[in-house]
Ligand binder design. Structure first.
Ligand code: GLU
Length: 423
């Protein structure tokens, strides 16, 4: 079965629209993006040849405020994926009630195959291609899979040059030196951690006895795993795109040590290190597929979409899934998980800490302020906790799963904005 992320997104939309009796014209507006931008970006490669890279920006809806969403550099990035991700940004911003619409960008590229110079040329090319549609009050990009603050710094610089003035609020997730916000890099992981803390209270779990498996060891997977470990949870399984490790001893692994060994050895599955002592024998190597089906309390997919499907959902043994990736669960898998009474905290809530701190960065850039890390994380906490409570409440009241509840809440807010504009 083909798992087209855009079809999945539209299935989720229609399901929630039905439950809240969304007006058909609002549903029709949300079934398509406002604007699709697509082009080829030429890059002069180090070997003297010129390569053209396929690039996208999908501006999905801006009823609630400027378009907002990350840019993904990935070999499998395509239009349907970017459309789905842009739509999920619309819902996500409404879930946490930040005054943004939703968009997403992408370039079809294996960024690891580029030199730093080629990567910078490509990043600047993306901005030049779409600049007239970007800006603090139009569309504000940010990092996503395989993009980072360094890339946002180049992009913000390019935008300033094209616009003829420095506009820090045009991009978020920038380096601190260029007006980036303290706490932005860890924000998505921190938000996920706050969601897990709220969830275990509802499930009556004790964190010292709660086991966690995290798929994905990028910025999001690393920080959520680290924060859970530091708070006393047992992170017993971790993986990256090449494979994973399992360690059930002594409250699991310290992600900081795993990161160190990943940096030294290049991939997860080298050695598991505690402090200076490395253990290359006692941990067990596992595949990404095995990680998803492990017997743990909380499973955290934090990599890419479509990893929990009709094919493997029946074998999932976790009590709860906290989606830190965007779109990791297909609608067919959702149905199976519902029947198995596995609680799924949806991406549009669980990973919304990132865009929330992007909003804080935008506010700081617009006002010329620079908040301290503690202030940023203190402001994030009530937003994540209250959003979780609200959605949990809707799910109980309407007897629906958390994803549908989150969509229902978001759709009501979006519909209100569309109506208020008199469209
Ligand atoms: N790419 C992140 C996401 O999917 C962050 C988006 C942003 O900060 O605008 O939520």
């Amino acid at each position: 079965m083909a798992n087209n992320p855009y079809e999945s997104a539209m299935t989720q939309l229609k399901r929630a629209a039905k439950i809240i009796n969304l007006e058909p014209y609002i549903l029709d507006i949300l079934k398509r993006p406002v604007r699709i931008l697509e082009t080829g970006i030429p890059v002069k490669m180090d070997d003297g040849s010129t390569k053209i890279f396929q690039a996208y920006r999908v501006q999905y809806n801006d009823a609630r405020g400027p378009f907002k969403g990350g840019i993904r550099f990935h070999p499998s990035a395509d239009l349907d994926e970017v459309k789905a991700l842009a739509f999920w940004m619309v819902i996500k911003c409404a879930v946490v009630n930040v005054p943004f619409g939703g968009s997403k960008g992408g370039i079809t590229v294996e960024p690891k195959s580029l030199s730093l110079r080629e990567l910078q040329q490509l990043s600047r090319g993306w901005v030049r291609a779409f600049a007239r549609y970007l800006g603090p009050k139009k569309d504000v990009p940010a990092p996503d899979v395989y993009t980072n603050p360094t890339i946002m710094g180049w992009m913000a610089d390019e935008f300033g040059q094209v616009a003829g003035e420095w506009q820090p609020a045009a991009f978020t997730g920038k380096p601190i030196a260029l007006g980036g916000s303290q706490g932005r890099t860890e924000a998505t992981g921190h938000g996920g951690f706050l969601v897990v803390e709220a969830l275990i209270k509802k499930l009556n779990l004790n964190k010292e006895r709660t086991t966690v498996a995290v798929q994905g060891f990028g910025n999001v997977g690393f920080y959520v795993a680290k924060k859970l470990h530091d708070a006393g949870y047992s992170v017993i399984a971790l993986s990256d795109s090449k494979g994973g490790i399992l360690d059930k001893r002594n409250h699991g692994m310290d992600p900081e040590n795993v990161m160190r060994s990943k940096k030294e050895k290049g991939l997860i599955g080298g050695c598991y290190c505690a402090g200076m002592v490395c253990d290359c024998e006692n941990y067990q190597k596992i595949s990404n597929a095995e990680l998803l089906e492990m017997e743990v309390d909380i499973l955290i997919p934090a990599a890419l979409e479509n990893v929990i499907t009709a094919e493997n959902a029946g074998r999932i043994k976790a009590k709860a899934i906290v989606e830190m990736a965007n779109g990791p669960t297909t609608p067919e898998a959702d149905e199976i998980l519902r029947q198995k009474k596995i609680v799924v905290v949806p991406d549009v809530l669980a990973n919304a800490g990132g865009v929330t701190v992007s909003y804080f960065e935008w506010v700081q850039n617009n006002t010329g302020e620079a908040w301290k890390r503690a202030e940023v994380l203190d402001k994030l906490k009530p937003i994540m906790e209250n959003s979780f409570e609200e959605i949990w409440g809707v799910s109980i009241e309407k007897k629906i799963d958390l994803r549908t509840a989150a969509f229902a809440l978001a759709l009501q807010r979006i519909a209100e904005a569309i109506k208020a504009r008199g469209l």
